[in-house]
Design a protein around this ligand. Structure first.
Ligand SMILES: Nc1ncnc2c1ncn2[C@@H]1O[C@H](COP(=O)(O)OP(=O)(O)OP(=O)(O)O)[C@@H](O)[C@H]1O
Length: 240
């Protein structure tokens, strides 16, 4: 469902992402893990057709991210940790507005909003609140609801739990597993290894623009004697 081959992005002489290759299958949660500046966001933005690669290629849902960007966008949702929504609108109005981008109107839109709200455990009363009156956890749920209204095959989550309290974080981690359970494909980018341990089936470690390790969660845990953070550090020492 996602296939990146030698994907790279350079800014003048600086290589933010250097020849990254990986694949993600339907129903799988792939953890893209690494410290700040590793190149995770740049990689996800290339997959989402928001940044043009300067090397390699990638396909999402069978479509090329450069030559078939419209088809890619139809099949993909992306969420960044710091995404904002218009805070004077109610939750319902936000979803109504974004639904129109995907040709969702009337009864169909209502049905999709109810579907997303149930999946994300957003109460009806919250949908009629203005965004500015919602907790940051609720706001993030609206952001995610907005990203899945068109029921994309592929969902890219970039530091999606940043700044959330324990309840909102829990709801989002549960949502990730549930969405994968629908046969969807997810990339979960984070520097919080404990979250990845909980939701990912496979993980890739990124550092300085390179994918330095890839394996199933079990393999990665074994590498770190049961701890993902230790595995990450060991792998980095090996390649240093
Ligand atoms: N427009 C740009 N021009 C130059 N350098 C950039 C640009 N965008 C990103 N970079 C650099 O590319 C590198 C990778 O950034 P990226 O945001 O992809 O990392 P990340 O792993 O997502 O980290 P973070 O969690 O901090 O977002 C960083 O060194 C960053 O400073």
């Amino acid at each position: 469902m996602i296939e990146a081959k030698g994907l790279g992005k350079s800014y003048r002489r600086f290589q933010a992402v250097r020849g990254v290759s990986f694949e993600v299958r339907p129903g799988e949660v792939y953890g893209l893990l690494g410290p700040n500046g590793a190149g995770k966001t740049t990689t996800l933005r290339m997959l989402a057709t928001l940044l043009r690669p300067t090397a390699g290629r990638a396909r999402v849902a069978g479509f090329d991210v450069v030559r078939q960007s419209l088809e890619v966008r139809r099949n993909l949702g992306i969420v960044n940790g710091g995404m904002k929504v218009y805070d004077k609108l109610t939750g319902y109005e936000v979803l109504d507005f974004f639904g129109s981008f995907y040709d969702l109107w009337g009864a169909k839109l209502k049905e999709r909003i109810a579907w997303a709200a149930e999946l994300l455990r957003i109460e009806r009363a919250v949908l009629s609140k203005q965004v500015k009156d919602m907790s940051s956890g609720m706001q993030q749920k609206i952001v995610i609801a907005r990203a899945i209204l068109h029921q994309p095959q592929v969902l890219l989550l970039d530091e999606a739990t940043a700044g959330l309290d324990v309840f909102a974080r829990r709801a989002l981690l549960d949502f990730v597993r549930q969405y994968a359970g629908l046969g969807k494909t997810l990339v979960y980018s984070t520097h919080v290894m404990s979250e990845a341990e909980e939701v990912c089936d496979r993980v890739g470690f990124m550092n300085k623009g390179l994918l330095v390790y890839e394996g199933s969660l079990q393999e990665a845990l074994a590498l770190g004697s049961g701890n993902l953070e230790r595995a990450f550090i060991r792998r980095l020492e090996e390649v240093a």
